[in-house]
Design a protein around this ligand. Sequence first.
Ligand code: 8Z2
Ligand code: NDP
Length: 246
Amino acid sequence: MAAELCRLGARVVVSGRTKDTLDATVEAVDAELGPGRAFAVTADVRDPASVEAMAGRATELLGAVDGLVNNASGLFPVKAEELTPNGFDAVVRIVLNGTWHCTSEVARRWLAAGRGGAVVNLLTPYAWTGAPGIVHNASAKGGVLAMTRTLGAEWSGHGVRVNAVAPGWMPVGGTDFLAGDPAVRQRLIDAIPAGRLLKPEETARAVAYLLSDDASYVVGEVLTIDGGHHLSKGLYEFTDELPGRS
Ligand SMILES: CCCCCCCCC/C=C/C(=O)SCCNC(=O)CCNC(=O)[C@H](O)C(C)(C)COP(=O)(O)OP(=O)(O)OC[C@H]1O[C@@H](n2cnc3c(N)ncnc32)[C@H](O)[C@@H]1OP(=O)(O)O
Ligand SMILES: NC(=O)C1=CN([C@@H]2O[C@H](COP(=O)(O)OP(=O)(O)OC[C@H]3O[C@@H](n4cnc5c(N)ncnc54)[C@H](OP(=O)(O)O)[C@@H]3O)[C@@H](O)[C@H]2O)C=CC1
């Protein structure tokens, strides 16, 4: 995500809890595009004080922050009846609370300065379809969907745009547990009308669009990028060719 945004011309602060991961991203961008495009700042989105410090440091490094991408997430597959209160809380605090902490911190700075900005939240189509096996993440993403629409409308008059992308499955990061098994992978592909998996750069390009002035009148919207997965293949799920008219 960060590398593709830099390729498109952005200067980016990447943030998360693990310094080594962030440094590796910055080194990769430096090696490809030269220094000065990407910077690393550690933060924990569950902690408002940590987020405040991150926003301050990002402003120092970039001069001004024009956009925020809420990408941090947590997820583990679990049967709902086996999920503990702490397990539910662990995911909701990252996804829903974390998105709020980052969004409110950055937007308050924009509003106080009398300037606009763009927020893009990472959703998934199961924010509105639901997703058996990951009730914690689906519930949190559903909350972020409501937040996207609410704040999109609430702040649009101030030039602060809040939108979201909803990617389909990308075999990266926290979903490795599905990517390792070729048979599982093929079953996923078979369910996608587009007949292939999503590339991370495709998600990044959709994020870039919503961050950009090209989306200046797009407010509280969700751009779904899943090759039609959530729409399903309909009758084509069962047969390659529907019967013709006799
Ligand atoms: C068809 C298409 C489909 C497609 C489906 C795929 C589409 C995916 C789309 C979305 C993808 C993502 O969001 S991917 C993002 C994934 N990335 C990540 O998960 C990275 C960050 N993850 C984390 O930090 C951790 O995994 C996470 C648990 C969430 C938070 O860590 P913490 O240190 O805060 O939490 P812990 O202290 O370890 O644990 C807190 C509680 O959670 C419980 N817990 C932790 N792991 C558990 C597990 N595997 N099973 C049960 N319970 C677990 C612990 O027992 C604790 O409960 P008690 O025992 O009661 O105390
Ligand atoms: N992969 C997929 O198929 C799909 C992903 N998405 C969404 O895209 C986004 C990225 O997913 P993906 O790349 O797979 O996920 P990853 O697990 O690779 O990335 C999640 C990131 O969140 C960071 N993070 C987790 N907890 C915190 C925290 N408390 N504070 C700060 N950062 C935190 C992690 O860094 P660290 O642990 O170092 O803090 C990590 O960099 C997520 O919002 C996800 O829901 C949507 C649809 C499909």
